[in-house]
Design a protein around this ligand. Structure first.
Ligand code: ZN
Length: 190
């Protein structure tokens, strides 16, 4: 089922999400709906609060991006970043902040403890694009948006776009938000 995407003025995007105790039928159904909603919106990552559920659950699938065709989709539950290394700057977008892009500095690699879709504990190191998308999505679980991590100067430049979203003055190709284009501009929405 395609679920509507929450936008940045929605309260659920500013809350601390609750950990999952396990994966039951309802959670499996939510995961399936999240994948459907993410594909429909042409996103490469989606966190549960973006579909209105304040749960520590996120999915990602970057296989539609050039040179990441072989990367398997991921389900990440109750993630906890154990350590980080390096840093890099990359332009980000977000399905919940349609029409806005901005440079964000983040660690370039992370060691992550999480539970997979079978609720088995995993500890793994991620770098590059996966580390980037994971950190963006994990931020969603603590009520942080990429625009909160932008330089103040850059953030001022997007204030008009943010006001437009707050006023509902946006054109959207998916329920409640606007699809981003991954071809041409290379912007990634997650
Ligand atoms: Zn996002």
């Amino acid at each position: 089922m395609i679920l509507p995407i929450t936008t940045y003025t929605d309260e659920v995007l500013h809350q601390t999400a609750k950990p999952l105790k396990g994966v039951d039928g309802a959670v499996e159904e939510l995961i399936a709906s999240m994948f459907e909603s993410m594909e429909n919106a042409s996103g490469i990552g989606l966190a549960a609060p973006q579909v209105g559920h304040s749960l520590r659950l996120l999915i990602l699938d970057i296989s539609c991006m050039k040179s990441f065709e072989d990367v398997a989709p991921m389900v990440v539950i109750n993630p906890h970043i154990l350590s980080v290394k390096g840093k890099n700057l990359m332009e980000e977008g977000c399905l919940s902040v349609p029409g806005v892009q901005g440079d964000v500095q983040r660690p370039s690699s992370i060691t992550l403890k999480y539970r997979d879709r079978n609720f088995l504990e995993q500890t793994e190191e991620f770098s590059g694009m996966l580390a980037r998308v994971l950190q963006h999505e994990i931020d969603h679980l603590s009520g942080t948006l990429f625009i909160d991590r932008m330089e103040k100067r850059d953030r001022r430049k997007i204030q008009k776009e943010l006001n437009d979203i707050a006023e509902g003055n946006i054109e959207v190709d998916y329920p409640l938000a606007r699809a981003c284009s991954r071809d041409g501009g290379g912007t990634i929405c997650m």
